[in-house]
Design a protein around this ligand. Structure first.
Ligand code: HMG
Length: 389
């Protein structure tokens, strides 16, 4: 039985900052951000969006009544969770009106969590072929104003339905994963911003990639030439390129060119959104699938990395007519309808956070065009609104 990705939805907030302008404001050469880091725009989340609303908006794009009835497992992958106890999955389950006979949980391991969710979903479908699983990768990346990580922030979510007989991508047999306890990036529970050892994190990302790739080749008997493309977790678009370059000499010139060309296409959306942590790898996959027509059966390599750290390499095979099941126009509209904010406006929005002392707050939701928004806090409870209900 084939198991894999049947649908993919995506959402990013309606505002962005131009990286050239951010560079000028930070007194660095714009090329450092646009070429050295490889980012053109960075999504900015208003206070009316959090990891729950981003995930729910991404899922709203793909869910129909059949999915509502058949989804019996919601997996919320995030490192910007809103509660230490209750999972974001339960809120999303209610906001989408899903079948009550479902499991709903949150998983965490930095940017790796959505991959863990997908692999758990695969096992669930193998045991329950009639069911469907909703996997969410949703985050707001925050390092702080004027920090070295600032140019690698972003916000957004990817929602995927995993099922039998998937229409977009079959998840193939071999996976290789690796865990090592390192401090390259972390966020203690008292902080709303990440701590990072930037250079070390870059090195570890590449080291993890090289290690899982070597074992993957042994285990699968496959080579670089068997990959139509490799999609990477993209904290910023230059990062995956650095990793890809370390193995390119394993392939002849024509394959190298193909991999490099497809890599660039796979970074199109990420370059304009920034790091969305758990969803970044899947945003890169979406970027590749929506911006190039690949042949049916093409094998796509996927490298997932979550600081701390866990890495995994696995592959998927594209299904016949997979492009018919994508939401290319909707995503173009989403990008085209975003509004640029100045660096000064972004700085103000960045500092607008919910009260940390439990007091109530009512938010103005009229400026947020998203369907699902956070309207405030009341009695220590976040208040969510689905404008269509
Ligand atoms: P930095 O110190 O600001 O930048 O930190 P830099 O000095 O290393 O420069 C960056 C690049 O720009 C360099 O290229 C420069 O040469 C180039 P490289 O040598 O690396 O190829 N550059 C220029 N290029 C063209 N024209 C110019 C110019 N000037 C400089 N004029 C860093 C950069 C990424 C470390 C920082 O932004 C940071 O700490 N970011 C956050 C951490 C991160 O993203 N790490 C990535 C790996 S870990 C990961 O992916 C997991 C993560 O997503 C978290 C999770 O799992 O949850 C982060």
């Amino acid at each position: 039985m084939k198991i894999g990705i049947d649908k993919i939805g995506f959402y990013t907030p309606h505002m962005y900052v131009d990286m050239n302008k951010l560079a000028v404001a930070r007194d660095v050469e714009p090329e450092k951000f646009t070429i050295g880091i490889g980012q053109s725009q960075m999504s900015v989340a208003p206070v009316t969006q959090d990891s729950v609303t981003l995930a729910a908006n991404a899922a709203l794009e793909i869910i129909d009544d059949e999915d509502r009835a058949k989804i019996d497992f919601v997996i919320f992958g995030s490192e910007s969770g809103i509660d230490h106890s209750k999972s974001g999955a339960v809120y999303v389950h209610r906001l989408l009106g899903l079948n009550p006979n479902a499991r709903a949980v949150e998983v965490k391991q930095a940017c790796y969590a959505a991959t863990a969710g997908i692999q758990m979903a695969k096992g669930h479908i193998a045991l329950n072929p009639e069911s469907k699983v909703l996997v969410l990768g949703t985050d707001i990346a925050r390092y702080g104003l004027n920090t070295s990580g600032e140019s690698t922030q972003g916000a957004g979510a990817v929602a995927m339905i995993i099922s039998a007989n998937p229409r977009i991508m079959e998840l193939e047999k071999h996976n290789v994963y690796l865990t090592n306890d390192i401090m390259d990036f972390w966020r203690p529970i008292y902080s709303d911003k990440a701590f990072v050892d930037g250079k070390f994190s870059n090195e570890q990302y590449i080291l993890f990639f090289n290690k899982v790739w070597e074992v993957y080749k042994e285990k699968s008997g496959l080579e670089l030439t068997d990959m139509e493309a490799i999609c990477f977790h993209l904290p910023y678009t230059k990062m995956g390129l650095k990793a890809l370059r370390t193995i390119l000499d394993e392939a002849p010139e024509d394959i190298r060119e193909r991999l490099l060309e497809n890599y660039q296409i796979s970074t199109t959306y990420n370059r304009n959104v920034g790091n969305i942590y758990t969803g970044s790898l899947y945003l890169s996959l979406l970027s590749l699938l929506e911006n190039k027509k690949l042949s049916d059966g093409s094998r796509i390599g996927m490298f997932s990395y979550g600081s701390g750290a866990v890495g995994e390499f696995f592959t998927g095979a594209l299904q016949p007519n997979y492009r018919d099941y994508l939401h290319i126009e909707g995503h173009q509209k989403l990008f085209n309808s975003r509004k640029e904010v100045s660096v000064e406006e972004y700085e103000i929005i960045f500092e607008e956070t919910l009260p940390a002392d439990g007091s109530d707050m009512e938010l103005d939701i009229s400026k947020d065009p998203a369907t699902i928004v956070l309207s405030g806090t009341l009695d220590n409870k976040r208040q969510y609104v689905n404008k269509n209900v």
